[in-house]
Design a protein around this ligand. Structure first.
Ligand SMILES: [Zn+2]
Length: 816
């Protein structure tokens, strides 16, 4: 019994405690029934779902239920929330006057509950919010007082911000990217949620199409359009496109030659130090200047060495670095996670009030005493200025965040396990990334070790990591050199040799390299103060990354997988690394202070079959019984390109009475290629309101092994729309008189379920039909009518339900 009491409390909470029933006090099953009865007017499907949830919770183990930290899934799926909202709104419209207030209250409660569920889901699964957002017509039909509680489909234009956030302790914590847009005009800042990474970077002007709820946007990569990049401070001529790259892949010159420069490019950095009105702790300004600019082991020294003298960190007022502070911001030191950028804006204002101009800096680094933030550092990737926020004066953290500001992503590790055995390289699905897992790079766990060779020549527009020259990068073509020996020179100092030897790994369906193995050699030098016995100076280090025109995490390959440690990741002399999927073999032949020798050979690429990728969009649809709706599907054959083409069939599992066209769907696809198309699902007119699940299975029918993937759709059948549409003849006026010329007839109509068609009749004869629109107009010639009274009739038919509603309006014109 105790379980049931607690279950009810939880359900009450999730449904919004404002039911007028003190839920926690409901102690008997009869009271439980009473509670259910009070919901009976919402709708039957909802009640059934509610009851099933209560029963499910009541059946749980007590310890699960009493654990306050247990995160319960939403009581309803988002699609069910949307269906219920439409139904409740519909019932409000149909409610007699005496029940109007109760129905209004119920709708007001429900939109808040649904909003909470949407806001919870938008962080985890923005696609679900997009799929289950209300259509615009439905929003427009809602009462004004609830519209602010539902999402809007909207376009936001503004400035983009791409953040790299370090949660928890810097060296053991996790990292995440967060995206924001500040709307032009209003200045309102929205958090942007999407699956995947956007092409836009900090400072870009973008247009985002999305679903907006409060200050949150759910969108997709393709719905973020970069319209201008005012902060692209680099010439775009050096950014090789993938297609250009493929044409010159075997040439030494990867890109337009960089001018050799001995004069460092100055990067203007403002370090701004602040504390708060309620917190008088200070950080040493002179020590910070040493840390960032002037010490022999400063961030500045680090980047000078890493860039072979191509960049240096300077001040605008002082060539040896500008550090401002400590200034006090007029805020308390609480709520760091929401206040940090407010604080830094206030610190800027204070510095400017003291007479300094903060414009023209490439980078702004904010340092403040340690307060609870949930993160140790945040950096903008790109932007002008690119900013970072750090709650310490730690040299490693500052240098790492400056690395992001200059355009580097993290140096990660790549740990693969196949059939329970740890291996150097596995299929992607059997490998996990260690965010900071590279122990030999400042952008990983490497302390002040060099940025690796897959990041040292990043050519994304704003990046300042443009440090390798053409002769330093060599990409092997397996067709031209199936077995050859190469020399790699150390990454730490300027060299005329090859410092980045690249082997194309994953090839796109159209034949371009998507990822490479980057082979690198290190020696004890400067910041790379390795012991003589250290693995990276006694072997060749292998990482996976894209070409230099993307900002991605590099992934360190562990060539000694028998130990879980990545400190022995480099390939020692005499050892061979083999990628069995791509038939790539790398052997370290020798190492010496000036160079390493490696042999790279290739075998025939084997055919490896895999489950196809299959998705359907949207994943749910709301419609009335008897209606049809279309879905887009995408199917990709994930077999290697060396495999023969296979036939795939897409077949549905449908509820009774539902049908699909076409069915089945057949495609022949070469390995690594994909196809997209449309399928239409029709519901039977007899379907009762509720949720119906449909499974679509895409299967390779050419080979044994049952290579297949499924996608699930939800069809939400709405309660029939029993309310007649409103139809109005706007012109001519009732009783109008006309004598000659044309009579313009203008009709408008509206309905919650939308208008299927409007027909205009004159004296019972159909003159015009307009489909899927809320207005319709037509013309009759007055001299075609006899003298006397003529009737104009307009009929509107709504889209709701198996039997459409028709409303009519009539008017009389009298011809003189
Ligand atoms: Zn980072």
């Amino acid at each position: 019994m105790k379980n049931k009491i607690i279950s009810l409390a939880i359900v009450g909470l999730l449904l919004g405690g404002s039911l007028g029933v003190p839920l926690v006090q409901a102690q008997t099953s009869s009271q439980q029934s009473t509670l259910l009865a009070s919901f009976s007017q919402i709708n039957e499907a909802f009640i059934q779902l509610l009851a099933s949830v209560i029963n499910a919770l009541a059946g749980q183990e007590e310890e699960n239920i009493e654990n306050d930290n247990t995160t319960l899934p939403p009581v309803l799926s988002l699609s069910q929330y949307t269906v219920d909202l439409l139904n409740i709104a519909n019932e409000l419209k149909q409610a007699p006057a005496a029940k109007k207030q109760a129905a209004t209250d119920r709708l007001s409660e429900f939109v808040q509950i649904r909003k909470d569920a949407m806001l919870q889901e938008i962080k985890n699964n923005p696609q679900a919010v997009i799929n289950n957002a209300l259509p615009a017509w439905a929003v427009s039909q809602l009462p004004q007082n609830v519209i602010s509680f539902v999402e809007q489909r909207k376009q936001i234009r503004g400035k983009f911000q791409y953040l790299d956030v370090h949660y928890g302790d810097f060296y053991t914590g996790t990292a995440a990217n967060e995206f924001y847009v500040t709307e032009s005009g209003t200045g309102k800042r929205y958090r942007v949620h999407l699956t995947g990474s956007p092409q836009a970077l900090t400072g870009d002007m973008v247009v985002i199409d999305g679903i907006i709820l409060d200050d949150q946007i759910a969108t997709t990569e393709k719905s973020i359009q970069v319209i201008s990049s005012p902060n692209r401070t680099r010439s775009s001529t050096s950014a090789a496109t993938p297609s250009l790259l493929s044409k010159i892949i075997n040439a030494l010159g990867r890109k337009v030659a960089n001018a050799q420069t001995t004069t460092p490019i100055p990067k203007k950095v403002a370090v701004i130090m602040f504390n708060w009105q309620n917190d008088t702790r200070t950080l040493s300004v002179s020590a910070a200047k040493g840390t960032v600019f002037t010490n022999s082991n400063s961030s500045n020294s680090f980047y000078k060495e890493n860039s072979f003298g191509k960049i240096e960190l300077v001040g605008k007022y002082q060539s040896d670095g500008d550090v401002f502070g400590m200034v006090t911001v007029p805020y308390d030191n609480s709520n760091c996670s929401t206040m940090y950028s407010v604080w830094s804006d206030a610190a800027d204002a204070e510095v400017q009030r003291l007479g300094f101009d903060l414009s023209g800096y490439d980078i702004k680094t904010y340092l403040f005493p340690s307060v609870a933030c949930g993160w140790s550092g945040i950096a903008e990737v790109g932007g002008y200025p690119a900013r970072s926020w750090i709650r310490s004066t730690d040299l490693g953290v500052i240098t790492h965040e400056l690395g992001h500001n200059l355009g580097s992503h993290h140096a990660s590790s790549w740990s693969c396990t196949e059939s329970g055995v740890r291996v150097p390289i596995g299929q992607d699905m059997n490998c996990v990334i260690g965010e900071y897992g590279d122990p030999y790079d400042v952008m990983g766990l490497g302390g002040m070790r060099h940025i690796n060779n897959s990041h040292k020549d990043t050519t994304v527009y704003f990046s300042s990591l443009d440090w390798l020259d053409d002769q330093n990068i060599f990409t092997i073509d397996r067709n031209i050199a199936p077995d050859a020996t190469y020399t790699i020179t150390p990454i730490e100092w300027s060299s005329a040799g090859v410092q980045a030897l690249r082997i194309p790994k994953d090839i796109s369906p159209t034949g371009y390299p998507e990822t490479y193995y980057y082979l690198e050699f290190r020696q004890p030098f400067g910041f790379d103060d390795f012991a003589a016995s250290s693995p990276p100076v006694n072997g060749v280090t292998i990482r996976i990354a894209t070409d230099y025109n993307f900002i991605v995490k590099s992934r360190l390959v562990d060539t000694t997988p028998s130990t879980y440690d990545f400190t022995d990741a480099p390939l020692a002399v005499g050892k061979t690394f083999t990628d069995p999927y791509k038939q790539i073999n790398v052997t370290t032949l020798s190492v010496a202070p000036a160079e390493a020798q490696v042999r790279v050979s290739f075998g025939a690429v084997p055919c490896i079959q895999a489950n196809p990728s299959f998705s359907i969009n949207p994943t749910s649809a709301s419609l009335y019984a008897g209606q049809s709706t279309s879905f887009a599907y995408t199917l990709t054959n994930n077999d290697t390109t060396s495999c023969p083409s296979s036939n795939f069939s897409i077949t549905p599992t449908l509820p009774a009475g539902f049908s699909q066209s076409p069915s089945p769907i057949n495609h022949s696809l070469a390995g690594g290629t994909g196809v997209s198309g449309t399928l239409i699902i029709s519901s039977p007119t007899a379907a009762t309101a509720g949720s119906y699940s449909i499974t679509e299975t895409a299967q390779n029918t050419s080979v044994p092994g049952n290579y297949q993937s499924t996608a699930t759709l939800t069809m939400n059948i709405l309660l029939p729309d029993t309310i007649l549409p409103i139809v109005t003849i706007n012109s001519p006026a009732n009783g109008a008189t006309v004598s000659k010329g044309n009579v313009q007839i203008v009709v408008s109509a509206s309905d919650a379920s939308g208008i299927a068609q409007i027909q205009i009749l004159v004296d019972g004869v159909l003159k015009k039909t307009c489909f899927n629109t809320t207005s319709c107009s037509g013309t009759v010639k007055a001299n075609g009518l006899t003298v006397g009274t003529h009737n104009i009739t307009a009929q509107a038919t709504d889209k709701g339900g198996p039997v459409a509603n028709t409303a009519t309006a009539s008017i009389t014109i009298i011809k003189k």
